[in-house]
Ligand binder design. Structure first.
Ligand code: 8Y7
Length: 278
């Protein structure tokens, strides 16, 4: 581990787990006025997450939940670009969650510091869109595509297959000139995995630490939490915190969460026990 991540205008040290706060720019198909309102809401929410201690923001304008339909490029741009422009001076790096090379190029121009691609930069032109920038790149594993990925996924060896995929994608990015200090890997909890696959990946997270790349994990409020607790998505804070701490204890460097303040508190207590700085 190099001990840091080059993330656009920022160099993040990885001595303690970092918290990435989720900022959804919610869809609105009714009118332009409503979209302006959604934009303002997303910006206000993001600023609140920074106040709560978020180390990174992850802005997303494309619904990637299981079964979700694709969003056209121009609509995704309308959602995310104004939010990135407003947040570029908020004090923390701004990541954008997108699979589309055209969106990647536009948000990098607008000031984004990181691109988070659940498709692992596999779309034609995606590696080229990030190669010459200074942004960090998060490569996530997904089996299938969002619309169909939860249709009974099967693996012989989920840890080996996910780890192999992430290593291959990292090598492809490096082959295009992306420096290793810009790359983050993510097993993609909930993306084409059963509940058992997700917990196997979490339990054996350390085995995914191939190469020198930091790991990002996103389990916040997901169905893997609901499956164990029996809670609906609005009641999954306790389970999500437990998953985040389990990830941190197994070497996750970045925790992607909705509930920043509570996760930051949990990490402070955990860090006191573990003797790491938080
Ligand atoms: C993840 C993610 C989502 C994740 C990374 C949700 C965009 C679903 N999950 N990106 N995005 N990792 N890197 O429930 O686990 O937040 S969307």
């Amino acid at each position: 581990m190099s001990g840091y991540l080059d993330c656009g205008r920022f160099r993040l040290t990885l001595q303690r787990p970092l918290v990435m706060g989720v900022v959804n720019v919610t869809p609105d198909s009714f009118s332009d006025g409503a979209q302006h309102f959604r934009t303002a809401e997303a910006i206000a929410h993001a600023r609140r997450l920074v106040d709560e201690g978020a180390d990174i923001l992850d802005v997303g304008g494309e619904s990637t939940r299981p079964g979700a339909q694709a969003v056209p490029v121009d609509e995704e741009l309308q959602r995310v670009v104004p939010v990135v422009e407003a947040l570029r001076d908020c004090g923390v790096p701004v990541s954008v969650d997108t699979c589309k090379p055209a969106v990647m190029a536009a948000v990098l121009q607008a000031g984004a510091d990181m691109i988070n691609d659940i498709m692992g930069f596999q779309a034609p032109g995606a590696t080229e869109a990030v190669a010459d920038a200074a942004c960090a790149v998060c490569v996530m594993h997904m089996r299938g595509e969002p619309r169909t990925m939860q249709d009974a996924p099967v693996y012989d060896d989920v840890v080996g297959e996910v780890g192999g995929y992430l290593a291959d994608r990292a090598a492809a990015l490096r082959g295009r000139g992306v420096a290793p200090t810009r790359i983050v890997l993510d097993p993609g909890f909930g993306f084409g995995k059963t509940v058992q696959h997700n917990y196997t990946l979490l339990a054996r997270l350390r085995e995914l630490k191939t190469g020198d790349y930091p790991l990002l994990v996103g389990m916040s409020r997901k169905s893997m939490i609901g499956a164990v607790t029996g809670r609906t998505v609005d009641r999954r804070l306790g389970g999500s915190i437990a998953a985040a701490l389990a990830g941190a204890a197994r070497g996750a460097h970045i925790l992607r969460v909705h509930d920043v303040a509570d996760t930051v508190d949990a990490l402070k207590v955990w860090a006191m026990v573990e003797g790491v700085r938080a």
